[in-house]
Design a protein. Sequence first.
Length: 339
Amino acid sequence: MLIVLKPDAKPKQIEKVCAEVRAMGFQPHPMPGAGRTAIGITGNKGPVNPLPFESLPGVERCIPVTKGYKLVLREMKPEGTVIDLQSAKVGGGKTFTIIAGPCSVESRKQMDQVARFVKDQGVNILRGGAFKPRSSPYSFQGLEMEGLEILKETGAKHGLATITEVMDTSTVEAVSAAADVLQIGARNMQNFSLLKKVGKAPKPVFLKRGMSATLEELLLAAEYVLHGGNYNVILCERGVRTFADHTRNTLDLSIVPSVQRLSHLPIFVDPSHAIGRRHFVEPMAKAALACGADGLMIEVTPDPDHALSDGAQTLDFKGFEQLVESLRPLAKVLGRTLN
Ligand code: PEP
Ligand code: MN
């Protein structure tokens, strides 16, 4: 059940509702919004009786929840979640945020060149994989701890927020200490131990859609993280597996408005991993902006043809510059701000 407070509810009244929820043996999840606070209840096995809450001062109404997810529901925060990364504010509908960087952190020099370049292009969030989930055990597995160190140093040097993938529960602490955002990769979207662990982490989570996950499964995976107490989750569409083989995956842009109707969480699009070929990244990035996504994740590196992973889908600097140039007028028409 969700309890929606009146817009003028006092902090004391909100605390009283939370205390009542705890007294029943459940956990309250108060989420303050622009207009009012909503409180999600978890820990209940069956339906919660709304009557004791409806008569409490400050309570507007109770919404019963029949799905397996509740804290991700738009009713919890109708205006949408905005995540403050200091260098960038993510979500909320107005801004369109670009996360950019190489697939893998390869060297200090590479990261320095990329950071300098993307910052100059107006990008505020730098990506770079240190722990890489590769299909073959013989492929480059990432620089691991050294990669984390390089990413952290580069972000600090250039004033960029950083994001990198955390592949297992044993490295959540190290990745949380090094990066500003924890990426959960497509292959791990339903790694429930990992979702529980990042639900307790002090950093926002960037949750990529599994390659055969439904919208409901994506929202349920996000619910794990919110249930742990971490309400800062960004969802990301990165292509799903279909019979179509002209691209690496099939970019399912229709999930963007579908997520936005159901959930308050920001939704990004990663055309690089969806398409798998650098030439089609720009048109699909424009489509992502046009359909209302909150931002993009784009792979870029100085010399993609010699990249240690995902070179075929990675833009070079010229390609990235062209991408940003093509997004600018579109963003203007749509009343969005690139950041
Ligand atoms: C990545 O971002 O480099 C990555 C491995 O993505 P995904 O999990 O979407 O395949
Ligand atoms: Mn990649």
